[in-house]
Design a protein around this ligand. Structure first.
Ligand SMILES: *Cc1c(COP(=O)(O)O)cnc(C)c1O
Length: 405
């Protein structure tokens, strides 16, 4: 399919460019020291990770350890309650550790092992990425250093415990606001000093080249499986697909299976409490072009041009930027980006739990909420939603803040 001059049949091979650009977005805006480290990873990715030995081993791990392929479920009661549109969910909540993040962490850690590295390093905010990476590190016998703001460590006690049980070192960051941004800076600094022995494992399709490429490709399995499964179940393609967008990794992998198809694609960002800066994390909706964390993309900026504080009900979507590929696909018009607020998210969280017996992560509930709205608007056809994770981690918070509905 050719769309606005881009041939989507060969798109995944052509984008990003050799130096990591999706149009004007992406790249590597980092120190010369870190550039050397990224070049080493890029080189390894294009040789090692493309070898049949690596691909074969990752396939086996996905099957035997992660429990892939994850199924697609038809949402019969929810669909019937809306009318004539059939809703389906791709069950990344059933992937080991309960979310899609393990897909790229297993890929990144396997690459680390093949490169002869002893350690993986990362930052984490809510702790989801830290737990997925600690799991991968335990599986491969790698050391694991997770940098986490002191404030987040206090807020996310269960995930801190999980990381420690899995054998990771959780390193407390006490600079600045003591949250995700400071943790990123501290992790990058530690990495720059020790890149010969370790590899940085980013938690989404963000950061300098080659991470947006690598993470998308490791998540491609979600879209590839979903497309084949959906055709197997229904004999046709879905009319529309929906995923939530924080950094954008579950969406990028899921979308990548359908970009060359006549399928409407929707990426959903959190509107939180509303459109005022500071009340949401919808960077594709309200952001401007800008560089942060080593890449050029869209960004929510404060009055000084620095990354603005962001908020939503789901901490996994609270990032003041989005992966460069999403900014590119938005400008092209191939993917439509829209928003869902906290209230709509909680509504969908309860609807999916009550009507289908699936408690979704609050991140994923944004996509479910949009899928329901879209179904009402469409009137007929089918919608496939990527259920990026399960909601166990969110239950206490929902009950405390919103009560049982
Ligand atoms: C981290 C997380 C997200 C957001 O990350 P993306 O990179 O945008 O996919 C979404 N859903 C769940 C369940 C998560 O844990």
């Amino acid at each position: 399919m050719v769309f606005k001059g881009i041939d989507f049949e060969t798109y995944l091979k052509q984008y990003p460019s050799r130096d990591g650009y999706f149009g004007k977005y992406g790249g590597a805006y980092i120190s010369d020291e870190l550039k050397k480290a990224m070049e080493e990873i890029t080189e390894a990715y294009f040789t090692i990770a493309k070898s049949s030995k690596f691909v074969g081993e990752l396939r086996r791990i996905r099957r035997e350890f992660q429990g892939r392929p994850t199924p697609i479920s038809y949402l019969e009661r929810l669909s019937t309650s809306i009318g004539n549109v059939q809703l389906y969910v791709k069950r990344e909540d059933l992937n080991h550790t309960g979310a899609h993040k393990l897909n790229h962490c297993m890929g990144e850690a396997l690459l680390a092992k093949y490169m002869g590295k002893k350690k993986v390093i990362a930052e984490t905010g809510a702790g989801q990425h830290g737990v997925a990476l600690a799991t991968a590190a335990a599986y491969f016998g790698l050391e694991c250093d997770i940098y986490m703001g002191a404030v987040d460590i206090k807020k996310q006690a269960p995930n801190v415990a999980r990381m420690k049980i899995l054998g990771a070192n959780v390193i407390e960051v006490t600079e600045g606001l003591q949250t995700l941004k400071e943790a990123v800076d501290a992790a990058f600094e530690a990495y720059a000093q020790d890149y010969k022995n370790c590899i940085y494992c980013i938690g989404s399709v963000v950061g300098p080249h080659p991470f947006p490429l690598m993470v998308r490709d490791f998540q491609h399995v979600v879209g590839e499986e979903a497309r084949e499964q959906f055709i197997g179940m229904t004999g046709e393609l879905p009319d529309a697909i929906v995923a939530c967008v924080g950094g954008g990794s579950n969406a990028a992998g899921f979308f990548s299976g359908f970009l060359n198809d006549p399928v409407d694609i929707y990426g959903i960002e959190p509107l939180g409490r509303g459109p005022k800066l500071g009340d949401h994390a919808a960077s594709l909706q309200y952001g401007e072009e800008g560089v942060m964390h080593g890449f050029n993309s869209v960004m929510l900026k404060d009055e000084n041009g620095d990354p603005a504080p962001v908020y939503s009900v789901s901490s996994g979507l609270d990032y003041p930027s989005s992966g460069p590929e999403h900014a590119f696909l938005r400008d092209l018009g191939r993917v439509q980006y829209d928003v869902i607020d906290d209230e709509e998210t909680i509504d969908a969280f309860y609807k999916l739990s009550r009507m289908e017996g699936i408690i979704p992560a609050l991140e994923s509930a944004h996509a479910v909420a949009y899928g329901i709205k879209l179904a009402q608007r469409m009137g007929r056809g089918s919608v496939l939603i990527n259920l990026s994770g399960r909601g166990d981690k969110d239950m206490d918070y929902v009950i405390e803040k919103y009560g049982i509905r």
